[in-house]
Write a protein that binds this ligand. Structure first.
Ligand code: SF4
Length: 463
């Protein structure tokens, strides 16, 4: 049986990581916040290590360290002890409490423990505790991220006076991407509360003395005041309403919602600028117009090379959609599109985006890398774009990989990869086009001699 037609009943090398790991990220983007994982020590260690390798930063995440005894008699005491230690060592304004497979399986009630801990601390205790249910088997890191973001907004936002900021919700993108979105908002003279803001906390400058909780992040008071904003922009077009923080603020407090795709690709960037122009009543500044012009110029420069691209893309839903948009705009065939998440809305969006392509795209939800690799062989893929877990495809079948998304373990600088806005689109496109060019230039002489002069290939002489 060939690899292409084998039948598998198991997931091998899944395209996602566990739910609480994704839920850590939104809390890391809040000012003076800390996280505790309610579960065994190994869960927290795995998550710290994964995130530290990607962001190249220390990742402080506490653990309630449930042992055999806690598993049988309940882990509440461990969690309370862990919370006390966190308060003493870190003095946070907010603590995210995340469950794990073990905590959920033995029926731990995080909300009840958080309330009883707060009561026991007495009147002087002002820290906010935000419990989020994140069983590792309940979804991947994308679902954990969304669940945490939604819980933060629902649990912290309060009815408040109207003010002139807008709310901005972002999916899991790099600190560099967040800096770029903030720069565009500031150039458009828009006041905003962006959540979660990991631009400094997960990509800190070198400073002395060392801070246990890095500077930066969304201020807690601004999250509380989100219901008074004059609008919300949510860069998550495929979220279901019941998990959309923007939808929650709209239905509960009447904050108008603009749901936009990530600004990846010229059309999505233009869409964002149209909305910002409307919200600010300001013209687009010259500096942004020039960036758009440069992107157009880059598209003209690279289109003649991109036609050779037959791509597989694997990423979290919003990034996958953004990369596919860039490919569709630039003549690269998005042939295999995969994510570890289950998102029916994403499937529809990708189908409509690729409807005019020369070949129908294979769309894989809840996917694993073995399936992706099989489809790569069937579709004659010559370019992979995605996180570094796809490196095995490169190693085994020689398809070059352009790294984007999370996690990136085998290269430095995952936190600095810029892919949004006109500038980020241009940088990503250059990386993609140059990868195609490098592939072509590495073999074209031999191909040419063979076709023109019928020279025997090096492999044929290789006895
Ligand atoms: S999948 Fe479950 S057991 Fe594994 S690290 Fe995640 S929470 Fe822990």
């Amino acid at each position: 049986m060939t690899k292409q037609n084998r039948v598998r009943n198991v997931t091998e090398n899944p395209c996602n990581m566990c739910m609480p790991m994704g839920a850590i990220v939104p809390f890391k983007g809040i000012e003076n916040a800390m996280i505790i994982i309610h579960g065994s020590q190994g869960c927290a260690t795995y998550m710290r290590r994964h995130m530290a390798e990607h962001f190249n930063e220390p990742i402080d995440v506490a653990s309630s360290s449930i042992t055999e005894q806690g598993t049988i008699y309940g882990g509440e005491n461990n969690l309370k002890k862990g919370l006390e230690n966190v308060m003493q060592l870190y003095k946070p304004e907010l603590v995210g409490i995340l469950s794990t497979c073990l905590a959920e399986t033995i029926g731990e009630d995080l909300g009840r423990t958080a309330s009883s801990f707060t009561r026991e601390q007495g009147e002087g205790f002002t820290a906010r505790l935000v419990p989020v249910s994140t069983p590792g088997y309940g979804g991947g890191h994308y679902e954990g991220y969304i669940q945490a973001l939604y819980s933060i907004v629902v649990q912290l936002s309060q009815k408040t006076e109207k003010h002139d900021r807008i709310n901005v919700f972002v999916p899991h993108i790099s600190p560099a991407d967040i800096r770029e979105i903030k720069r565009i908002l500031e150039l458009m003279e828009i006041k905003y509360t962006l959540l979660p803001d990991i631009s400094e906390t997960l990509d800190s400058p070198y400073i002395q003395p060392y801070r246990r909780i890095p500077a930066g992040g969304t201020p807690l008071q601004e999250i509380e005041a989100m219901p008074g904003a004059r609008a919300t922009i949510e860069f998550m077009t495929m979220l279901e309403d019941e998990l959309s923080p923007g939808k929650y603020l709209e239905s509960e407090f009447g904050v108008p919602l603009y749901r936009l795709p990530l600004p990846m690709g010229i059309e999505a960037c233009d869409e964002l600028l149209r909305v910002l122009k409307k919200l600010s009543s300001k013209a687009v500044p010259e500096v942004i117009k020039k960036e758009r012009g440069r992107l157009l110029d880059a598209m003209v420069d690279s289109h003649k090379y991109n036609g050779a691209g037959r791509a597989a893309v694997f990423a979290e839903p919003e990034v996958l959609y953004g990369v596919t948009r860039i490919m569709a705009e630039n003549g690269i065939l998005p042939a295999v599109l995969a994510t570890g998440s289950k998102s029916p809305a994403l499937k529809k969006l990708l189908q409509s985006l690729t409807a005019d392509c020369d070949e129908k795209a294979i769309i894989l939800l809840d996917s694993d890398f073995v399936s992706i690799q099989d489809h790569c062989a069937n579709r004659k893929i010559n370019l992979a774009v995605g996180n570094s877990d796809g490196r095995f495809i490169s190693e085994q079948v020689g398809i070059p990989l352009v790294r984007i998304g999370f996690p990136i373990h085998d290269r430095i600088g995952g936190q600095r990869i810029l892919s949004v806005g006109y500038n980020g689109t241009m940088m990503l496109m250059d990386r993609i086009t140059n990868t195609l060019l490098a592939e072509k230039l590495s073999s074209y002489r031999q191909d040419m001699y063979q076709s023109l002069y019928k020279y025997p290939s090096a492999a044929a002489n290789d006895h």
